[in-house]
Write a protein that binds this ligand. Structure first.
Ligand code: HAM
Length: 419
């Protein structure tokens, strides 16, 4: 072991476990790639104000959880705590909203950083796959995203997740509700920090998990009773489209989410096998964010699914992903056979066959151990005598059967057998 360890709240992904993460990222991005979403990649850090303005000055993410730094040149940067503000910034900077039709549909995958109290499912460095549909106000777009996430989770084999759905209203109706809620909260017996929160972001108080707060919230005004007709109609359409697609969801009028940019549709994917960190993904509409970061009006919607928590959810359900072994063919070279087998391995790889070879001048026993460990379906074994006869021994690692194959035929034979 070295003197150093992965920093607190982080962990390394190492083989073979890391293959699960790749499979999860593929499964989540697959449906997006089939639905018109283009891949976008943004820097790991941004101007700190992008998040302060975008995610919100009153959120935990901005006030407590950002990794910030000042460069030698004096720029104030933050490691990205989430992807939405960055992706929208990138789309605006590249004028994607002017380039073609709207919405601009983008997906991304990467690392995010939040200085949180680490626990199972909550890390300081974690990974998300996300999708953003920028520049269109259409209930079908909200529905599309929810359906695609559901499809991704089902393809992975997840069953015990639930979709919670809510509408947070818009700039017309939410302020009226906000005031009503604040008036109600002022009459309660709350601690100092919660009183402060009630003044800055009263909706977040509804989300408070503490029993003593929840008890007092009985009878609080509910947003559903304040939604304007346009928001109500929009939300009903989203619900109808998701229902028609056969995707089950639960109305959760207390769902607020921890980022300030949301308007109208908000949703969360929760998994019941994960304890307190049960949200495997979440998202919603953010119709005002573009203007908040200096862009034109571009109503948008998106989500991000947590890769770490999705892997934990798969484990909680006992789902084994069908991950093919990294190596299909393993070459064991004895005597002077190394150059020939090395050449065959190179040809196999070019032909798209996952192939590896024993390194380090091992004898038959050690090299066969490597072959077994690799999980390869076939081994090709050759020594001087085989090569003198122009063959290698092809061994089926499952049945143990072995027989000679002409060197010139090895690639073709293996391709056929593995097809
Ligand atoms: P979020 O709910 O903050 O939303 O994060 C989305 C998902 O990322 C969570 O449901 C969770 O699975 C994962 N996640 C968040 N924090 C951690 C952590 N500390 N450790 C492990 N996993 C974590 C957003 O980030 C929004 N940008 C989503 C969005 C996209 N809204 C609209 N477009």
């Amino acid at each position: 072991m070295s003197t150093f360890k992965a920093p607190k709240g982080t962990y390394d992904l190492i083989p073979p476990y890391s293959a699960k993460y790749l499979a999860v990222r593929d499964a989540i991005s697959g449906p997006l790639r089939l639905s018109g979403y283009g891949y976008v990649e943004t820097p790991g850090f941004e101007d700190v104000d992008l998040f302060a303005r975008g995610v919100g000055e009153s959120t935990d993410i901005v006030t407590k959880e950002m990794y910030t730094l000042t460069t030698k040149g004096g720029a104030n940067l933050a490691l990205r705590p989430e992807g939405t503000a960055s992706v929208l910034r990138a789309a605006l900077e590249a004028n994607l909203h002017k380039a073609g039709g709207l919405p601009v549909k983008l997906w991304y995958s990467g690392s995010y950083y939040r200085y949180e109290r680490p626990q199972k499912g909550r890390y300081r460095h974690f990974s998300q796959v996300g999708a953003e549909a920028i520049g269109a106000e259409d209930p079908a777009l909200d529905a599309e995203l929810i359906i695609l996430a559901d499809q991704a989770y089902r393809t992975l084999g997840l069953r015990n997740f639930r979709i919670l759905l809510n509408s947070l209203g818009d700039k017309e109706c939410r302020p009226v509700y906000r005031e009503a809620l604040q008036a109600f909260l002022r009459g309660l017996d709350l601690d100092e920090e919660t009183v402060r929160r009630a003044e800055i972001n009263p909706l977040r108080v509804l989300d408070d998990k503490r029993a003593e707060v929840q008890k007092q919230l009985v009878g609080a005004p509910m947003l559903r009773d304040y939604l304007c007709d346009a928001c109500k109609a929009y939300h009903e359409e989203v619900r109808a489209l998701i229902t028609a697609a056969g995707v089950a969801f639960e109305d959760d009028e207390k769902l607020v989410r921890g980022l300030d940019y949301y308007t109208r549709t908000t949703f969360e994917f929760v998994h019941d096998g994960l304890g307190s960190q049960s949200a495997v993904g979440g998202g919603g509409r953010y119709d005002g964010l573009s203007e908040m970061i200096g862009g034109p009006a571009l109503p948008s919607v998106g989500w991000a699914l947590g890769v770490d928590r999705t892997v934990l959810a798969l484990e909680a359900e006992g789902v084994e992903l069908d991950i093919p072994p990294a190596t299909s063919v393993f070459a064991v070279a004895l005597g002077e056979a190394k150059p020939v087998l090395f050449g065959l391995v190179t040809e196999l790889r070019k032909a798209g066959v996952a192939a590896d070879i024993s390194y380090g001048g091992k004898g038959l026993k050690g090299a066969m151990k490597d072959a077994n460990r690799s999980g390869a379906r076939f081994a090709i074994v050759a020594g001087d005598r085989d090569l003198a006869e122009g063959v290698v021994q092809l061994k089926d690692m499952e049945s143990g059967e072995q027989g000679p194959v002409a060197v010139a035929d090895v690639v073709g034979v293996l391709r056929t057998k593995l097809a």
